[in-house]
Unconditional design. Structure first.
Lengths: 119, 170
């Protein structure tokens, strides 16, 4: 029992550290897309580690927490993709620091779609 | 999905039933007779109703070689997930905020919708990349630190390690 509790505690600590980093990323990054980058990755591993940690503290919940982790691994990236796409459709273009204009490849598709809607 | 043969449909139905039953057993975490009977009936009804919507593959997906590749994919993916978290930590904690964002595109060789979904999800969770849109076989990726705008180089940089395995699974 003792060793399971130690493993669970360590996993919860790691998870909350990554969740904190994700929150800090959302605060510091300059635009939506970069915030989503920081948010999605850190919260996915953070939440996974935290929930598995809870499973270790309470072994009868282990199977349920594994199922929850699988669902998080599928749904989290889908939701961030939906948010990023919705922001582009609302014409919030990503910040591009360098002078290279080719670095926004998606804008061609977006302009085509705009013209199709107008015509 | 209307042009499926009967044996194809049956195979998809059994696969769905099997996976739903695993989820059921994991949620109830008991093997008592009553729970199992209710589970068998419920999952059978659900997989009958959803046969035209939520089936990805036939029973052929459960062949041993594909399962080995799935486990290998899981390992590759998990390593990339941990790498990406340390990548995010490094960028967030460094005072100068080292980012060079942009959107790049590349083409994939995958054909089925489900494999493209798995690839898009994996790309979102790997270091510094976020899938913005998938149109036919073209992926549009927001990259936090753009190294190249050339589609083929971007492909080798971002997706090659995943696609090699996915082509063998699907």
């Amino acid at each position: 029992m003792e060793i399971l509790e130690i493993i669970g505690g360590i996993l919860i600590l790691i998870g909350s550290a990554f969740l904190f980093l994700g929150a800090l990323g959302i605060l510091r990054m300059p635009d939506v897309y970069n915030r989503l980058q920081a948010g999605t990755k850190a919260t996915t591993l953070g939440a996974m580690s935290l929930i598995i940690g809870v499973g270790f503290l309470e072994p009868s919940w282990m199977m349920k927490s594994i199922i929850i982790v699988v669902f998080i691994a599928f749904s989290n990236p889908i939701s961030s993709h939906a948010l990023a796409r919705a922001m582009y459709k609302r014409k919030r273009y990503p910040i591009i620091k360098s002078e290279d204009k080719d670095m926004d490849a998606y804008i061609e598709v977006f302009q085509q779609e705009e013209e199709e809607v107008k015509s | 999905m209307e042009n499926l043969t009967l044996s194809d449909k049956l195979s998809r139905f059994i696969l769905n039933w099997f996976f739903l039953m695993i989820v059921w057993i994991a949620f109830t975490s008991s093997f008592s007779g009553q729970e199992l009977i209710v589970g068998v009936i419920t999952t059978m009804v659900i997989s009958l109703l959803s046969i035209s919507m939520f089936t990805c593959c036939t029973l052929a997906i459960l062949s041993p070689i594909r399962i080995v590749y799935m486990l290998w994919y899981f390992v590759v993916f998990f390593v990339a997930l941990i790498q990406s978290n340390f990548d995010v930590a490094r960028r967030v904690l460094s005072p100068s905020l080292p980012i060079n964002p942009g959107i790049v595109k590349f083409k994939t060789k995958l054909t089925t919708n489900y494999s493209k979904m798995v690839l898009a999800n994996s790309i979102t969770l790997t270091p510094g990349t976020l899938t913005v849109d998938v149109i036919d076989d073209t992926f549009y990726i927001h990259w936090i630190d753009v190294k190249t705008t050339d589609p083929e180089k971007a492909f080798t940089e971002i997706a090659e390690s995943f696609e090699k395995i996915l082509l063998k699974i699907f």
